[in-house]
Design a protein around this ligand. Structure first.
Ligand code: FAD
Ligand code: EPU
Length: 346
């Protein structure tokens, strides 16, 4: 029995549904736009073997066909829950496009997510890996995540600490939770008419200072971020990619000091947890991969951390290339890079 709003299609190409532009087929595919249909997911999972919740497909790599059912999230709606003089609390449906939500907030002069402008994908995937950019992480503004537990057929609420947010991590990304939760809504606390801003990362302040309107407000921060991103990151519409392929590694201060002796120019950022963050892009570039084309793939010429599909790459080819990059970084710097992108099938 299926709900009339969920049409199940068989043997569907996933190429239009992933920003890497990888050709892979799903046994079955359905669009979910009505929360009532969530109650069908367990039986669909049993029928097709596996389930994959897909948003914008901007953080996945299909390494093979998907033997199961793909549920394409199109839940929509933004609801104001409460507000006072300082804050506004919003419940946003997980299928809403992330950047549209950012633009909506900027228009209303609600602060907190302007530095996260132009990140592709959906609101529901934002807590999944605690998206971050330009000195801000989404965990700073999330108060609650509502997720449908597919196995149990119930909605569960996760307050901020229960989400176990960390750098590019959350409870939802843990291996035991893959295919278990469908995030349906994210609740945000944004600042009304903010007067303090985060412009310290990279060239944000420099771009604002050089612009005609050098007073700082949400719109020009967003525009500065967009400008920087467009200069560095390839547009998936022109060149398939999923943003940073690996996470930036965190190493001990002792390991950093050893590396600095050999590579005094190594960029390094001490963290409050006693470790030091090293830009993976620098390590990859210094292994000679930046701008190098290997078959149908390679590392982008402007941003070595971004692996691209020159058009005909398979997921396996990209996976193999990524492994070669990992091996060379391990050999040269003794640092093991962890992937940020989600490999599917999981
Ligand atoms: P998808 O790729 O569809 O899914 C990603 C994972 O989340 C999958 O495992 C999927 O099963 C799961 N998932 C998705 N929706 C749900 C849901 N509702 N419930 C449960 N599980 C779900 N990321 C950053 O953090 N910072 C950046 O600056 C950044 N820049 C990028 C730039 C480019 C050009 C690209 C292509 C990507 C970039 N990314 C960045 C990565 C990506 O945009 C984010 O991870 C984004 O949140 C993914 O959203 P999505 O809807 O496309 O997720
Ligand atoms: N660098 C190089 N070579 C390069 C690019 C960068 O050596 O080709 C070095 C430079 O020293 C530079 C430093 O790396 O100062 C950092 O580069 P950048 O500011 O471009 O950021 P990143 O660390 O490579 C991270 C996130 C991005 C996010 C940006 C901006 C991760 C894994 N990536 O990249 O997120 O947009 O910062 O805040 O943390 C993503 O997650 O998909 C993503 C794009």
């Amino acid at each position: 029995m299926t709900h009339p709003s969920m049409k199940i299609k068989k043997h569907i190409s996933l190429k239009p549904y992933n920003t890497f532009g990888i050709e892979a087929y799903a046994d079955a595919f359905a669009i979910l736009e009505d929360k009532e249909d969530l109650f069908l997911l367990q039986s669909l999972k049993e029928q097709y073997g596996k389930i994959l919740i897909l948003g914008g497909g901007s953080n996945v790599l299909f390494t093979d066909n998907f033997k199961g059912i793909v549920i394409h999230n199109q839940l929509s709606g933004i609801e104001i829950l409460s507000q006072d003089d300082q804050y506004i609390h919003l419940k946003v449906a997980s299928g809403v496009n992330w950047h549209s939500f950012v633009l909506h907030a900027i228009k209303k002069n609600w602060g907190g997510i302007e530095n996260l402008s132009l990140i592709p994908g959906t609101v529901g995937a934002a807590p999944m890996q605690n998206i971050g950019a330009y000195g801000v992480e989404v965990k700073n503004v999330i108060t609650k995540v509502t997720a449908f537990n597919i196995e149990k057929g119930i909605f569960e609420e996760f307050d901020n600490p229960s989400c176990q947010f960390a750098y590019r991590e959350s409870i939802f990304k843990h291996p035991e939770n893959k295919g278990k939760y469908f995030i349906t809504d994210v609740t945000f606390q944004l600042i009304k008419n903010p007067t303090t801003f985060n412009t310290s990362y990279g060239d944000i302040q420099k771009i604002i200072d050089a612009s005609q309107d050098s007073t700082i407000h949400l719109k020009n921060i967003s525009e500065a971020v967009i400008k920087i991103r467009q200069q560095k990151l390839p547009d998936p519409k022109e060149l398939g990619n999923a943003g940073s392929f690996f996470k930036n590694p965190e190493i001990t201060n002792e390991e950093t000091n050893i590396l600095l002796k050999e590579y005094p120019q190594l960029p390094h950022y001490p963290l409050s947890n006693g470790k030091t963050k090293i830009p993976a892009a620098w390590l990859i570039e210094h292994c000679g991969w930046k701008g190098l084309k290997v078959g149908n793939t390679g590392n982008h010429c402007q941003q070595a951390l971004v692996i691209v599909n020159y058009g005909k790459a398979t997921g396996q080819e990209i996976k193999l290339h990524a492994q070669n990059v990992q091996e060379s970084v391990l050999k040269k710097f003794n640092i093991s890079l962890q992937t940020e992108v989600n490999f599917i099938p999981y």
